[in-house]
Design a protein around this ligand. Structure first.
Ligand code: NI
Ligand code: MN
Length: 229
């Protein structure tokens, strides 16, 4: 089963896993790096890491238009049902997971916050672990600081990790280097940087340090570019 991961800027990704189209944190409207408009996004599944507007993004509108099934934490799940009238929603929590046609999706912890765009309580922030049916394991950290339990996530055998490097709201380059050493992924993609002035980061310096200081291969995508596993 071929797996292709396309960066949509910020923390947004479009994954093609076999025949299944999966969006993660689809923040397109208001994302200056987004290579496509929300009304052109296609999805069978949408995974949301936490409640902030730059992660929930266009998920309600895309889910309504496409009929995509959404996976998020319990509180975001309730909000999507009650405020947006969505029905195909899994509201799960860390330690639990849901089996979908392309694999099992689990939420992990993340050290961050999670209020929803309208001020509703968004529950706890999460990372997302995808254990694909085909084998590869993909970890999207959401917004987070580095945390020691990343070692446990790493013990799963991560093939591809997406980690924030932009600092200010999340870990920066130093934190991401520590995270990579705990997670030990085969490949790492940087995210949550250069979208806004507050989160400017020198991504070539980051990539050089990942090469020099870890056994992980850094892959820097431009918005709209893809990586195939
Ligand atoms: Ni956030
Ligand atoms: Mn964010």
């Amino acid at each position: 089963m071929a797996i292709t991961v396309t960066w949509l800027g910020h923390s947004a990704y479009s994954l093609q896993i076999g025949a299944h189209r999966v969006l993660i944190d689809p923040f397109l409207t208001g994302n200056p790096l987004a290579p496509l408009k929300a009304d052109a996004a296609e999805a069978d599944f949408i995974l949301i890491s936490h409640g902030h507007g730059d992660h929930v993004g266009d998920a309600p509108a895309i889910a309504r238009r496409t009929g995509a099934t959404v996976v998020a934490n319990n509180e975001i799940g309730i909000w999507l049902r009650s405020k947006h009238g969505l029905e195909q929603v899994h509201g799960i929590n860390p330690g639990g997971g849901v089996r979908l046609p392309f694999g099992r999706v689990e939420l992990t912890i993340a050290h961050h916050s999670s209020s929803l765009p309208d001020g509703s309580y968004g529950g706890q922030p999460n990372g997302i672990l995808i254990k694909t049916e085909a084998g590869p394991k993909i970890y999207h950290a959401g917004d987070t600081a580095v945390f020691l339990e990343m070692q446990l996530i790493g013990d799963e055998g991560i093939d591809l990790a997406m980690l924030p490097i932009g600092d200010y709201f999340t870990m920066g380059i130093d934190g991401s280097l520590k995270a990579i050493k705990l997670l030990r992924p085969k490949v790492v993609l940087p995210m949550h940087y250069n979208t806004f002035d507050l989160i400017r980061a020198d991504v070539s310096q980051w990539a050089q340090r990942v090469q020099a200081e870890t056994d992980t291969r850094p892959v820097v995508l431009q918005p709209g570019e893809s990586f195939s596993l």
